[in-house]
Design a protein around this ligand. Structure first.
Ligand code: BG6
Length: 484
């Protein structure tokens, strides 16, 4: 199959950090179609050769086991070309069109990894140049807009040019192996489903903690913040995967219909819950791995008086028969104590205790997304050497380490999603109505913050965020998994 991938934002951060390494992995795994061509688009005036060199140099910064060996990069680089474009100029799209017409590939993918403010211009120009043919697919990177209105405007302009089945809205968390395994765990096994409800589950905690700061993206982050960057998309998609009803089949729309229902069932915000159940923080200077790191306000491109949040923790509920009353906690932030993404499902304790165990000790299922992916099932057992008092229970763990079980060379999130785009599989992509619903739900938080003079709470880089986060969960009588 011949295949052209046009990467708008071809010299940008996402391209070299995530997309090129993922494409390289697909190349190495032999899953990139033999006739693939990757065309980077950017403003710079670069020859193909210079572009290849620039991309090659960036590979020094990707994870060690993902770097090319021997002549691997040279062979991959032959697929790379570069087109310099001013995205507002029709003649530049005509030039791109000529280049694409030279080979009439079976599938053309337009990957929009630019600022979302350019999406409308790009799709309109593509249409004007006749580049929205039936063999074209378009990939839209998050964030898709900065609020509901801008999201709708983008979705509307895209829908004028492409049909929904041609549109692949990326949320790379859906491509993570642990998230696909969550679907498998829930809908491929009969074991958990009967327990997956309010009668048996006390609370669910979704944590996406990063150690990195904003790096070189200060200017972008200033207008985005953690709520738009992580909660509106990644965290809510994880919440959907945990909370959704079993879909009627594995088709994209069956899955997306169920996720949409979860988003529609999220408890609406009130002034009381906005004040109590949402915490925003911003990292102050601190020490990480023994080295001092600057405060967010001292990062390049950041306003020294910035009120942008680099941390969000919130409590919500899914108001339906399955989940009513079960708190779902979401927590995400930059410059936290660890790189740790996981979902913790805390089951209720046994209704009547005949053994001695610490108060509140109960079963727990942990779905680890990062740094390693796997599952842990926490059970209570009787220790072998516990002769003194045979009624004492102690916590033990069943561990499933996916790297050990399936090998560490598994398909990463971006690689998985890029392969799905090539195959036209939409299961792991977000539909426009899901995205709009997620924006609808986060918007009251944005408005509340806008009108709230208090600003974000500062937390030391290297900590777990503002202490109010623990107080919020303690109000329900619970604590974060790492505190128990
Ligand atoms: C991106 C955010 O969507 O996800 C980044 O824009 C964040 O700010 C990144 O660092 C985290 O992704 P991962 O896969 O490294 O957890």
């Amino acid at each position: 199959m011949s295949f052209d991938l046009v990467l708008f934002g071809g010299t940008g951060d996402l391209c070299w950090r995530k997309l090129m390494p993922a494409l390289f992995q697909a190349f190495k795994h032999g899953t990139l179609p033999a006739g693939a061509r990757i065309i980077g688009v950017g403003r710079d005036d670069l020859s193909d050769e210079r572009y290849r060199e620039q991309i090659g140099a960036r590979f020094d910064q990707v994870e060690l086991n993902k770097r090319p060996c021997g002549d691997e990069f040279e062979r991959f680089a032959r697929l790379l070309e570069f087109v310099s474009m001013d995205l507002s100029k029709p003649e530049h799209y005509a030039y791109l069109g000529n280049k694409l017409a030279q080979r009439q590939a079976d599938t053309v993918v337009m990957y929009l990894a630019t600022a979302p403010t350019l999406f409308t211009t790009i799709v309109e120009q593509l249409a004007a140049a006749g580049l929205n043919t039936a063999r074209t697919r378009v990939v839209l990177e998050k964030p898709l807009g900065h609020d509901l209105a801008s999201n709708r405007a983008i979705n509307h302009s895209v829908s004028q040019v492409f049909s929904e089945k041609q549109v692949f809205r990326i949320d790379h968390y859906l491509g993570k192996p642990a998230v696909q395994n969550l679907f498998a765990l829930r809908f491929g096994n009969a074991l958990f489903e009967p327990l997956w409800r309010r009668e048996h589950i006390a609370n669910i905690q979704i944590t996406i903690a990063e150690q990195l700061g904003v790096e070189k993206r200060g200017a972008f982050y200033e207008t985005t913040g953690a709520l738009r960057d992580m909660v509106q998309n990644h965290a809510l998609q994880l919440l959907c995967a945990i909370g959704m009803e079993p879909p009627i089949n594995s088709h994209a729309d069956a899955i997306r219909d169920e996720k949409l229902k979860v988003l529609r069932s999220l408890k609406p915000w009130s002034s009381e819950t906005l004040a109590q159940d949402v915490i925003r923080g911003q990292y102050a200077a601190g020490v990480m791995a023994g080295l001092p790191v600057p405060a967010y306000r001292d990062e390049v491109g950041v306003n020294p008086l910035s009120q942008t949040e680099t941390f969000v923790a919130l409590r919500t509920e899914i108001s339906n028969w399955r989940w009513a009353g079960v708190p779902f906690y979401i927590r995400t932030g930059k410059r936290l104590a660890g790189r740790d993404a996981r979902i913790v499902v805390n089951f209720r304790p046994t209704p009547h205790a005949i053994f001695n165990s610490q108060i509140g000790m109960a079963n727990r299922l942990v779905i680890n997304l990062q740094p390693k992916d796997g599952l842990e099932l926490h059970l209570l057992a009787q220790a072998q050497d516990n002769r003194q008092n045979s009624h004492n229970l102690t916590p033990v763990q069943l561990d499933l380490d996916f790297d050990k079980r399936f090998g560490a060379e598994r398909v990463g999130a971006y690689e998985r999603l890029l392969l799905d785009v090539m195959d036209g599989r939409l299961n792991l992509f977000v539909r426009s109505d899901e995205q709009e619903e997620a924006w609808r739900w986060v918007e009251p938080i944005l408005t509340h913050w806008h009108n709230d003079s208090q600003g974000p709470r500062l937390y030391a880089a290297g900590s777990w965020g503002p202490s109010a986060t623990s107080a919020m969960i303690a109000r329900d009588g619970f604590c974060w998994a790492e505190e128990s």
